[in-house]
Design a protein around this ligand. Structure first.
Ligand code: HEM
Length: 206
């Protein structure tokens, strides 16, 4: 399949596959489910990321094109999960990004897609630390429709946004920036050196 024939959501996935797996590896390398202290740090990382995308989920123009988008935002759920751990949102030392326009669509892709892989994270939080959708892991819970079904529908809305190739490119760059920012925050919250990558390359995507 050539680049031209790919749908927007397929292009987003293809352009971010390797980066995604490096983020996955980096997250696992800090053992977020080892104990409550590590889990609280993971929640703090999530709090910074979801704070940045919160306004995108609530954007009135995007909500006209993607129904119920505002209800998919998970920042409030992260804050609730942090409260269970007697912790609070992390104050990122640098300036928070303020994604706009097409780039914001890429950030949205990154945030909403993260709920798909969160099935694994939710199970780990439940099994290892005894948290669940009502208690401590609400922001990792699946969509009421089911994660897979919801994601397939969400991708159709992305594909129907009517972005031209240049706008798609801007969104893809936004998604790349979102993954890159996630890594920066992760390293700061978990005290890893700048630019650190996990040597353990365990990829989910073939
Ligand atoms: C240990 C951490 C993570 C694991 C184990 C993980 C795992 C996965 C898995 C297995 C999928 C594919 C699910 C499927 O196709 O059914 C997926 C998809 C995805 N994940 Fe992650 N993930 C992790 C962290 C993240 C983070 C932190 C982000 C965003 C900041 C993220 C963003 C995404 C996106 C956007 C997709 C959708 C890819 C697509 O189909 O276009 N993931 N993840």
């Amino acid at each position: 399949m050539t680049q031209q024939q790919k749908t927007f959501s397929e292009r987003l996935k293809a352009a971010n596959r390797i980066t995604h797996d490096s983020v996955d590896n980096l997250v696992m390398s800090v053992e977020p489910f080892k104990n409550n202290e590590n889990y609280a740090k993971f929640l703090q990382l999530q709090s910074v990321f979801h704070k940045v995308v919160d306004g995108i989920y609530k954007d009135p123009a995007l909500n006209k094109k993607i129904p119920e988008l505002e209800y998919m935002a998970r920042y409030d759920a992260v804050v609730k999960d942090l409260e269970v751990l007697n912790s609070q949102p992390y104050e990122f030392k640098g300036n928070l990004p303020t994604p706009q326009g097409n780039a914001a669509v890429g950030w949205l892709y990154c945030a909403e897609g993260s709920n798909l892989g969160a099935a694994f994270l939710y199970k780990a939080a439940e099994k290892k630390l005894n948290f669940d959708a009502e208690h401590g892991a609400s922001h990792l819970a699946g969509h009421p429709e089911g994660r897979g079904k919801h994601w397939r529908e969400f991708k159709v809305y992305l594909d129907n946004l009517g972005l031209d190739p240049k706008a798609e490119d801007e969104a893809i760059q936004g998604a790349k920036d979102a993954f890159a920012f996630y890594k920066v925050v992760l390293r700061e919250v978990f005290g890893l050196p700048e630019g650190y990558e996990s040597p353990n390359q365990r990829a989910f995507h073939p």
